[in-house]
Design a protein around this ligand. Sequence first.
Ligand code: SF4
Length: 140
Amino acid sequence: MTDETVRGQLPVLYEELSREIAAAAPVCDLSGRCCRFREYGHTLFISRPEAELLLEEGLPEGAVIDDASCPFQIGGLCTARERRPLGCRIYYCDPSYTETGARLSERFIARLKELHDEGATPWEYRPLHHFLHEAVERPS
Ligand code: SF4
C-alpha cells in the first residue's frame, strides 16, 4: 500500500494535467489504439499508487491480463476513465501533439516522483500488466 502523500495528491495532479491537455487540444478520433498496446507497439507504464487507484473497484469481469491490451477497455471505450493513470491521460495519437505530449509526460512523471520523495512510498514504475497480474495473484 502507498501512503496518502501520493495517493491523496493524484486527483490534484490529474486535474492540473487535464487543464494542460485542454489547452493543447489534441485530437482524439476514438480509435482506441492507446489501449491496444501490442497492436500499436507501445507499453503503458504506471506507478504503484496509480495502479491502486485504477484497481480500486477491481477488474472488469472476465478480464484477460496480458501485455496486449488493457482489460478496462470494453467496446472500444475506457471503463475506468475517472481512475485512469497519467500515461492514459497524456497519450494521444494526434501527430501534431507528439512533442507536447512528450513534454507533459516528462513534467508530470517528475512531479509524481517528487510526491514519492516527500512521502514514504518507494518509487515503482512498471508496465500496467505487472500490477494487474499482482492484483489477480494476491490472496483475498
Ligand atoms: S485505463 Fe482506460 S485509457 Fe488507460 S489503457 Fe486502460 S482502457 Fe485505456
